[in-house]
Design a protein around this ligand. Structure first.
Ligand code: HEC
Length: 172
């Protein structure tokens, strides 16, 4: 059951998610201000935002970001992580090149052990600097696109996994 307090917490972690992901320039952007108003004051003030841009229940991202992220994921990530971020059942075993396959990002592995800034760094810089094989996307995807792709795969996480992640990183 969703309590009043639960809703407040949801808002709090949504705001922190945005704050940690946006550059100061982007923080001033009109659409974000609109979203902040939505989160902080009242949905009535939403009239200026498209209905489609509302944050999904209990999640920090909007349906629009998930949709954008799906396209980005299909063209950049699915080749290694799988069409629906499910990877391969053998993702824990090294392949014939001695490297680990890309892990699932659908909530069935350990992506939820990382906060947004770590997920974002992984996408921006890849895994090669840490001895892995994932390529870097900082030059290929804008910051908004990187955030949208996180929204896409976090949207695949079952509620209980998303909740554990949110409690760990936003409700301390
Ligand atoms: C060439 C294959 C490849 C592509 C393309 C790729 N990845 Fe990865 N990814 C990996 C591998 C392999 C790892 C494990 C770490 C390593 O070896 O670098 C990984 C790890 C990750 C992790 C950390 C997961 C965890 O549980 O710690 C995230 C998040 C991630 N990738 C997201 C993405 C996203 C988003 C894209 C597309 C923008 C993408 N990856 C594209 C291969 C890939």
């Amino acid at each position: 059951m969703r309590t009043h307090r639960g809703n407040l917490n949801t808002c709090r972690y949504k705001n922190r998610a945005y704050a940690s992901l946006r550059s100061p320039h982007q923080r001033k952007s009109g659409s974000l201000q609109c979203r902040m108003l939505f989160l902080l004051i009242s949905p009535v003030l939403l009239s200026g935002c498209s209905a489609n841009d509302e944050a999904l229940p209990e999640r920090w991202f909007s349906a629009t970001q998930v949709e954008q992220g799906a396209n980005i994921f299909a063209s950049n990530c699915a080749v290694c992580h799988g069409e629906r971020a499910q990877s391969t059942p053998d993702w824990k075993k090294v392949d014939s090149n001695g490297a680990y396959p890309a892990p699932p990002l659908d909530g069935s592995a350990h992506a939820w052990h990382h906060d947004l800034s770590v997920l974002k760094k992984t996408i921006a810089h890849g895994g090669i600097p840490l001895g892995g094989t994932m390529p870097a996307f900082a030059d290929k995807l804008s910051e908004d696109q990187q955030v949208a792709v996180i929204a896409y795969f976090q949207n695949l996480w079952p509620d209980h996994i998303y909740r554990k992640w949110a409690e760990r990183f936003f409700n301390q």
